[in-house]
Ligand binder design. Structure first.
Ligand code: ZN
Length: 336
């Protein structure tokens, strides 16, 4: 498929962090306003604020994420970011879009903003965009695994109180050294309130990584797994995930940048697909990675020779397993 055909191909995105989806031109503008040094040269800008090469030291990567976090400082900015995220998604063919954000991450350094102010600002941006672009959009809240369970409880209670504007809840951040199990009661409560659950798990290439996925499904009740890419190393885990019919939200470029896979051509997406696992294709942090979802299609086409038929399968799976209410998805995705 030529680049234009890939771009206009109707797509579904289930795994995109809203705070890390800032349009490049907007990020420049906001960083400048926040007093950061913003070089005009794209390469110099990218070196300072984007992650476009596999990370070699975590510290410089964290600095980049912190710069992005710093600009999330007013309700007006949050509203704008949400609106532009939908506009950009629509313009690259996305018709079903799930966005996720961590209220605790946005609030950090901006304690003057309440969870409610943050959420309402994002919702205003999404509502404005929904009126203009035929995209089914849903929001997922993220609990940060690296924070105390009490912070997770704050997020869970907030999601349940706002379940008309949240479709799901997620647990993200590093799994190594940060046990997921203490968060289990929160996810049980969310599920009982009718909130869908997806869990970031099995992302990093560390010993026993695929077992984290088992815990995410069995103990936290994950209906979908964010990444889960490492199960390819364990035939037993592939069978387990298949038997539970839990889809994976795969993000190839993200996996390459974080060393979760050795190279893009060694990404196990086809292996997992052919083994019968439900897989979907996603961009994760498009703003920070300097990519969009179309880029991920180009990656699969050029590195793994993916065909139009395989792209259709990825999207049909994603449209089917989205947490957005069925009638909203059917309005934008014929044949669902
Ligand atoms: Zn993610």
């Amino acid at each position: 498929m030529d680049p234009q055909a890939l771009r206009t191909l109707p797509k579904v995105e289930l795994h995109r962090h809203l705070e890390c989806s800032i349009r490049p031109s907007t990020l420049r503008e906001l960083l400048k306003l926040a007093g950061f040094d913003v070089p005009a040269d794209p390469k110099a800008f990218s070196n300072l604020y984007l992650v476009t090469e596999p990370m070699d030291d975590l510290e410089s990567v964290l600095r980049k994420f912190l710069a992005t976090q710093k600009v999330l400082s007013t309700e007006k900015i949050l509203e704008r970011i949400a609106y532009e995220a939908v506009e950009d998604a629509f313009n690259e063919g996305i018709r079903i879009l799930e966005l996720r954000y961590a209220p605790t991450f946005v609030q950090q350094g901006h304690e003057n903003l309440s969870f409610d102010q943050i959420h309402q600002a994002f919702c205003r941006g999404l509502d404005r965009a929904r009126k203009q672009f035929p995209v089914a959009v849903g929001l997922i809240a993220i609990i940060q695994r690296i924070l105390p369970v009490s912070e997770g409880k704050r997020v869970t209670d907030f999601v349940i109180a706002n379940r008309d504007t949240f479709i799901g809840i997620d647990l993200a951040d590093n799994e190594v050294g940060f046990d997921s199990k203490p968060f289990a009661p929160l996810f049980e409560k969310a599920r009982a309130a009718g909130v869908h659950v997806t869990i970031h798990s099995g992302e990093a290439d560390v010993p026993g990584s695929s077992n984290f996925v088992r815990d995410a499904i069995e103990i936290l009740g994950a209906e979908r797994i964010g990444h889960g890419v490492q199960i390819y190393q364990s035939p037993e885990m592939i069978d387990f995930v298949k038997s539970k019919r839990v889809p994976l939200e795969l993000c190839p470029t993200s996996n390459w940048l974080t060393h979760a896979v050795k190279s893009l051509s060694q990404h196990p997406i086809r292996q997992l697909m052919e083994a019968g696992v439900d897989v979907t294709l996603n961009s994760d942090d498009p703003g920070v990675f300097g990519i969009d979802l179309t880029n991920e299609y180009q990656v699969l086409q050029s590195h793994l020779n993916f065909t139009e038929r395989e792209f259709k399968k990825l999207n049909d799976t994603a449209a089917r397993v989205s947490f957005i209410p069925l009638k909203d998805r059917q309005a934008v995705w014929p044949g669902l």
